[in-house]
Design a protein around this ligand. Structure first.
Ligand code: SF4
Ligand code: FE
Length: 481
């Protein structure tokens, strides 16, 4: 079955039977847990959209490995048009869920590993690429969710992996056995790990000679023996445990971040895609980061659309929508949001084929895209906060609305324009709160800053790719010097 429905995905996840530490307790039945379920539903939306006639063109593709129809989240991009469709798909998913839908990291990792394994084999005579093709064809066939895992804890940032007091602070190979390897370490900030069937692990930085044990790329099921998951806290997350959904802000969907520990996990040989080839690790990091920096030009824009819509709506409900400064702020929000989208589209449209045959984005423009994403959502959030008004931070809880004596007072004193829509006004304010200061802000703001690397990482890449020498030549030629 190459295309699962959302329901079939949920069933497969339940069968996987992952468990994790959630708020201090080892917890099973994660898809049924009220804290986790919204994030699972967000991933399920990527399956349901692939079934919908209107979204099918964006959400599905023809597999380059098998020729079958597959979900685009498992696609190896075959053209610049594919890269553009990826961005459009992510914007659509952001529109539908209003949160991080978690499924992009595996897609971005796969596209990077696909081309790097090919080049590694060509340079080193290794046999990783064939293995990866086989592995990924299996992922496509079963329409699985893969968590792409890159970020190590990194310990003392001033020290290299091998110089850390504890060498496990960078995930590494601790044993080589016939038929496979044993790995130990941890990966932080794992978006959607508990909603994933598989995890594809990559090195976190460019390794140097002498750091062969840390130059490792492999895949294992998320329930492999030795793996332990720790569910991350998000602002106001326990609101999801309260009766009623109004105060959650986003009533249906949410994101998920996890810390995953690998305690001597065995990886069979056929799932090892890099092991000791230090010269390939930097390229893998750079390529994955490039694809993921492109991704943000789609997903954050999709969520931004929701925030702009909510801001316009609250202005209407407050009766401020005709004020010229409000109109101008909304225009500014649209301008910023579409600028990020334009960068996502541009780095995709100028994509190029790799030696392995899949398409890679324009790296310079992907880094420009992400650098804008480290700023613009913050400005969008500031403008949304401005438009919403102070009630955003002071509103009584939804529970008061249903109290016989408090409810009528809330309805009387929180009435605006039109008078009848107090509950709608509270809902819109909670949605804005969710995105600018609540659980949704983890993905919309913190992840915009740090996901796929912080701004300093993009600046390094822009400095490297910006061709300053070439630009100086232009000036020199013009001046005859
Ligand atoms: Fe996808 Fe965006 Fe979430 Fe990353 S932050 S997984 S790109 S939705
Ligand atoms: Fe991310």
């Amino acid at each position: 079955m190459a295309l699962k429905t959302g329901e079939e995905y949920l069933k497969s996840l339940r069968e996987l039977g992952l468990c994790a530490m959630v708020h201090g307790r080892l917890t099973e039945d994660l898809p049924g847990h009220p804290l986790v379920a919204p994030s699972t539903r967000a991933v399920a939306a990527t399956y349901d959209l692939a079934q919908s006639p209107e979204a099918k063109d964006l959400l599905t593709a023809e597999s380059s490995l098998t020729g079958d129809a597959i979900n685009r989240f498992t696609h190896l991009h075959q053209s610049a048009e594919d890269l553009v469709k990826k961005i459009q798909m992510q914007r659509l998913c952001g529109n539908v869920t209003g949160c991080c839908f978690q499924r992009c990291v595996g897609m971005d990792a796969a596209n990077a590993v696909f081309s790097v394994t090919y080049e590694c084999d060509a340079g080193h005579g290794t046999r990783y690429h064939g293995r990866f093709r086989e592995y990924w064809a299996m992922i496509q066939k079963h329409d699985l969710v893969v968590d792409g895992a890159m970020t190590d804890p990194k310990g003392d940032r001033s020290k290299r992996p091998k110089d850390q007091a504890d060498p496990d602070l960078y995930l590494r190979v601790v044993e080589r056995r016939p038929g496979g390897i044993v790995v130990r370490g941890a990966k932080l900030h794992q978006t959607g790990m508990l909603n994933s069937h598989e995890v594809l692990v990559m090195p976190t930085v460019a390794m140097r000679p002498g750091e062969e044990d840390w130059a490792v790329c492999f895949a294992v099921p998320t329930n492999a023996p030795g793996i332990r998951h720790f569910y991350g806290r998000q602002v106001s997350d326990t609101r999801k445990l309260e009766p009623g959904r109004l105060d959650v802000g986003n009533p249906e969907f949410g994101g998920q971040e996890v810390m995953t520990v690998f305690e001597d996990v065995f990886v069979p040989e056929e799932r090892v895609f890099l092991c000791g080839e230090t010269d390939q690790s930097g390229k893998l990091v750079e390529r994955f980061a490039g694809y993921h920096r492109q991704s943000y030009g789609g997903c954050k824009v999709g969520v931004g659309d929701v925030l702009i819509g909510a801001s316009a709506l609250i202005a209407r409900l407050n009766g401020t929508d005709q004020a010229s400064h409000i109109k101008d702020k909304l225009v500014e929000m649209i301008h910023l949001n579409e600028t990020m989208f334009a960068c996502g589209i541009a780095c995709s449209a100028l994509g190029h084929p790799t030696a392995a045959g899949n398409y890679e984005i324009n790296l310079l423009l992907a880094n420009v895209c992400k650098l804008n994403v480290t700023r613009f959502p913050y400005e969008l959030a500031r403008l949304a906060t401005d438009i919403a008004g102070g009630l955003l931070g002071t509103m009584p809880p939804a529970a008061d609305l249903s109290d016989p004596s408090a409810g009528p007072l809330l309805r009387k004193y929180l009435a605006a324009a039109p008078v009848a829509e107090v509950e709608a006004r509270m809902k819109v304010l909670r949605l804005i709160e969710n995105l600018v200061a609540g659980a949704g802000a983890v993905a919309y703001l913190i992840e915009s800053m740090h996901g796929a690397g912080p701004p300093a990482a993009q600046r390094i890449m822009i400095g490297r790719q910006g061709d300053l020498e070439g630009k100086m030549d232009l000036a020199k030629r013009l001046l005859g010097i």
